[in-house]
Design a protein around this ligand. Structure first.
Ligand SMILES: [Fe+2]
Ligand SMILES: [Fe+2]
Length: 224
């Protein structure tokens, strides 16, 4: 058994629950701005995330952790000062387009390394769903941007350094003690893997996608 793995899976269950809440919130926001065709896939994504949360809490329970600990603040999704288009655009850009695109290689690495069947099964399910969520994220931001291309470009350019900050800190500069074999068996990744996967995903996938949309220049954030 691994105490670190128990804690990590408990934390992940809460993160998946937050993803469920956000996807449902974004579905409502899509309806509000007259893009109801995005609501169904967003609600489906919310259901996937609820399943991830349930799978993750089963793994946590197997490891001896308690139930999901939710932070109400974290589940209250702030409205954007720019209005209803930004209310969908900004969180979809950060959490779906960027976050889920990064989640795919991260969870794939975890699923590959995990040997405990319960963890491996949960991780494989997450990998296959997050790829779909990432594609949905780019579809959502493109649909909103099509409404007001210039406005979206301005918001993206102004907000991206701040939206990327948590990824750079949490993944690009990840630190942590070495993992034990038991931690790896339950699908934990070490800090070096987080740093490598973030950097590679940023350079190969995220920066080119943002640049292609005219939302990102190579010198916008030094160090990334
Ligand atoms: Fe998820
Ligand atoms: Fe997801």
């Amino acid at each position: 058994m691994s105490e670190r793995a128990a804690h990590e899976w408990q934390r992940r269950a809460a993160a998946e629950m937050r993803s469920a809440g956000l996807a449902a919130e974004l579905a409502a926001r899509a309806i509000r701005i007259g893009l109801p065709q995005l609501a169904s896939p967003l609600f489906r994504a919310a259901e996937d995330e609820l399943q991830h949360a349930s799978d993750a809490s089963l793994v946590a329970a197997e490891l001896g952790a308690g139930g999901i600990v939710l932070d109400v603040e974290d589940l209250s999704f702030a409205r954007e000062p720019g209005g209803p288009l930004d209310d969908l655009f900004v969180p979809a850009l950060q959490s779906l387009a960027i976050g889920e695109t990064l989640a795919v290689p991260l969870f794939r690495a975890m699923a590959t390394a995990a040997t405990e069947p319960l963890a491996k099964r949960a991780l494989n399910r997450i990998v296959s769903d997050e790829a779909r969520h990432a594609a949905l994220g780019w579809r959502v931001v493109d649909a909103v941007a099509a409404r007001d291309p210039e406005g979206a470009a301005n918001v993206a350019k102004r907000r991206l350094p701040g939206l990327l900050g948590p990824f750079q800190i949490g993944f690009g500069e990840a630190k942590g003690p070495d993992l034990e074999a038991a931690d790896r068996a339950w699908g934990l990744l070490d800090a070096a893997a987080y740093r490598t996967i973030w950097r590679r995903t940023w350079l190969r996938t995220l920066a080119p996608r943002l640049a292609r949309r005219g939302w990102w220049g190579p010198r916008d954030v030094p160090g990334l």
